[in-house]
Design a protein around this ligand. Sequence first.
Ligand code: E4P
Length: 218
Amino acid sequence: MRFFIDTANLAQIEEALAMGVIDGVTTNPSLMAKEGIKGAKNVNNHYKTIANLVGDRDVSAEVIATDFEGMKSEGEMFAGLADNIVVKVPMIKEGLKAINYFKENGIRTNCTLIFSAGQALLAANAGANFVSPFIGRVDDIGWNGLNLIEDIFNIFQKQIIDTEILAASIRNPFHIIECAKLGADVATCPLKSIEALLNHPLTDKGLAQFMEDAKKLS
Ligand code: E4P
C-alpha cells in the first residue's frame, strides 16, 4: 500500500519526502485554508509549488465548483498547472459528469467524499482513477469506516475494476495498518499518523541500551 500525505503544508510534505515514505499528496479546500492560502491565483500557485516539490508523484487538487461547467474549467486549469496533478471531484451527479468528461480528455481524477460502496461503484464506472472513502468521518458518526474499505475492495476485486482505493480521512496508525490489511491501494495520512507508525517502546528501550553499551566501546 502506498502512502500519500494529506496536507497542503510545505514543511510537512518536505519532511515526509525526506523520510522516503510518500508517493503523493492530497489536499482539500479545508487544508488549503488552514495554510492561509487566499484567492484563486495563490491557490493555483500553491498547487504548482506542491506539484514541483514532489517531482512526479501525484497531487490531488480539489475543485470548488459544484456544477459541471465550473468543475470542467477549474479541473482543466488545475491539470494545466503540472502533469502530476489529479483533479479531485466531489461525489455528486455533476461530479460524475465531470469525471466522465475528464476521463475522455485524458485528465486523471480522484472522486472524493465517498461514504458508500454504491458511490464508489458509480465513481469507478464514470472513470475515476481513484475513489476516496472517508473512513474517519464514518467512524465519527458511530459506524465502521474500515468496513467501507472492505466492501469497496471486495466489489472492485470481483468486478475486476482497476480504479484505485485511496483510503482518506485517516485518524490514526491503526487505520493505516487496517487499510493495508484490507487491500487499499493508497492511504492518505496526516504526517502525525505516519510518524505514529514509528513508535514502539521496545525500539526506544533497545536503542537506549545500545547507546549505553556503545559508551563501553570508546
Ligand atoms: C483527503 O483526500 C480528504 O479530503 C481528507 O482525508 C479528509 O480528512 P478529514 O476527514 O480528516 O477532514
